[in-house]
Design a protein around this ligand. Sequence first.
Ligand SMILES: [Zn+2]
Length: 127
Amino acid sequence: MAQGSRQSAIRALINVWLKLPTKVCATCDTEYYGGPIECCDMPVISNNQAAFRQFMRELKDVRLSRANNFASNKDKTLRLGLSIPSNLYLFLNTSMRRLYNEKLISEEFDMFWFMRHFPEFQVPEKI
Ligand SMILES: [Zn+2]
């Protein structure tokens, strides 16, 4: 798949995932199928959209707390990381393989490709 269509395909998949009726714990990312809630100490059962909003709020806090040494170490080398809800990551991985027979992260389209095209998941690494 070409760069541009690959980016649109992943963007479309993210939107599909956001609208899935799946229930998930926003605290620990465990999918919830009903019954007693025993996934973690502070369960918050919500849908993907609400869990995603919560995830983005937390990522923003992480970015703010790292604003002083923004993404660089003492040699001023740029250091970046990827932060993405694990359920979304699994969904994208599976969907890319099933629909396009491609890996989400490959040698050609590595983590840095993903971060450049989906900067909302990019986070400076604490050194
Ligand atoms: Zn939980």
